[in-house]
Write a protein that binds this ligand. Structure first.
Ligand code: PMP
Length: 407
């Protein structure tokens, strides 16, 4: 395969040609959210301009066009992760929403005192707090897989935690703070050997690593549309038919019912059972467009370029005097967290911003991880396939300039 033509790709993203503080934007905050190609912006506008209508309700023409487009988007997502059925794709507001759905439904049907839930030390708050709530509500216990100083899961400790009390394992595929790629194949095999379901938080994996759910076999997988070049307020929860049928509904309302009487309501079939109320129709359709865009560019090319760019960034950042990486796993993707000397991440972030360079600073919604490293936060640069080596060079030069001003 020929290499990715990054300069041509960049033309697809209008925001990449804007300026910040009079400097060309260098956008290295892709872990927080990704920029949108013009086709995605157009897909959203096109819905409102030409066929805005509610789904699954009307017999009228526009409603049918909207319903078809919405269901087509579900079909695109299913194909993208190789789900066995489109009804295994639930449209959500994002990763947080998908995890809350599973944690809430699990807690009402499957958790009781004495049970436990396993997460890891590197989870985003959105894969910690819903499980804490579930445990508080049911008397179950939250157990945490520890990590080593490189930011890698300690798999021996994970195996030791797996006993008959465990009702679900919920871990991130890729760390949003450190970029660690976790051995999710092994995690799933070990859990399944004990009939324990696994939820993968794929918020930071789906845009970097091609995922085949039938090969990988997670029971649940959640991701956000806005981190994969789609709109905000969109997301996907994949679940196996078996598990989605076992779980009770999350929210009640229109669309999720079959019949309603005051005596008893029966629930709709999958996926509608989990899609109460009018969904983000335009958003889901535009998410489908984002995925088609990625498929056209070619996931293999994207992955190849991102790996090359990450290796280059790590190599160049290592030349900075006084830099310390937070997490330095052998297998990684996307994000690089670091500190330079004793400079506060916020000060570094501000001076980079003045140079047009967007990075994220702070705890990245992983406060327990910051506690483990005994730091208040990090500077995080997170890469996309539309980033260039020149942008990495600007980051490195920007850090050196900021360091000379702050030390
Ligand atoms: N998990 C991970 C690993 C994330 O990086 C994020 C977003 N930073 C989330 C969950 C939450 O995603 P969202 O805010 O889109 O629901």
């Amino acid at each position: 395969a020929t290499a990715l033509d990054v300069e041509r790709i960049r033309k697809d993203f209008p925001i990449l040609h804007t300026q910040v503080h009079g400097k060309p934007l260098v956008y290295l905050d892709n872990g927080a959210t990704t920029q949108k190609p013009q086709v995605v912006i157009d897909a959203e506008a096109n819905y409102y301009e030409t066929y805005n209508s509610n789904v699954h309700r009307g017999v009228h023409h526009l409603s049918q066009v909207a319903t078809n487009a919405y269901e087509q988007a579900r079909h695109i997502v299913a194909g993208f992760i190789n789900a066995a059925h489109s009804h295994e794709i639930i449209f959500t507001k994002g990763t947080t929403d998908g995890i809350n759905l599973v944690a809430n439904a699990m807690s009402r049907r499957f958790l009781k005192p004495g049970d436990s839930v396993i997460i890891s030390a590197m989870e985003h708050h959105s894969n910690i707090v819903p499980w804490q709530i579930a445990c508080e509500d049911t008397g179950a216990t939250l157990k945490v897989i520890p990590i080593n100083e490189l930011g890698e899961l300690q798999m021996d400790a994970f195996e030791a935690l797996l006993d008959d009390s465990v009702k679900i394992v919920a871990v991130t595929y890729v760390s949003n703070t450190m970029g660690t790629i976790n051995p999710v194949e092994d995690i799933i095999k070990l859990a399944h050997a004990r009939n324990i379901p696994v939820l993968l938080d794929a918020a930071q994996a789906i845009q970097h690593i091609s995922i085949d759910v039938q090969a990988l076999k997670p029971d649940f997988l959640a991701f956000s549309g806005h981190k994969i070049y789609g709109p905000t307020g969109t997301g996907v929860l994949y679940g196996t038919t078996e598990w989605l049928n076992k779980l009770p509904p999350y929210q009640g309302g229109g669309d999720m019912i079959k019949t309603v009487t005051f005596a008893k309501t029966t629930y709709n079939e999958l996926p509608y059972k989990f899609e109460a109320g009018t969904p983000n129709i335009a958003g889901a359709i535009a998410l489908g467009t984002a995925i088609e865009y990625l498929q056209q560019v070619g996931l293999d090319k994207i992955q190849q370029w991102e790996e090359e760019l990450l290796a280059y960034a790590l190599q160049e950042l290592r030349t900075i005097e006084g830099i310390r990486f937070i997490g330095d796993a052998a297998h990684r993707s996307g994000a690089i967290s670091f500190l330079v000397h004793n400079i506060h991440p916020f000060d570094m972030g501000e001076l980079l911003d003045q140079q047009g360079i967007a990075v994220r600073t702070g705890h990245h919604c992983t406060e327990p991880l910051m506690d483990q490293f005994q730091i208040p936060g990090t500077v995080r640069a997170s890469l996309s396939f539309y980033n260039t080596k020149e942008e990495v060079d600007k980051l490195v030069a920007g850090i050196k300039r900021a360091t000379s001003m702050l030390l």
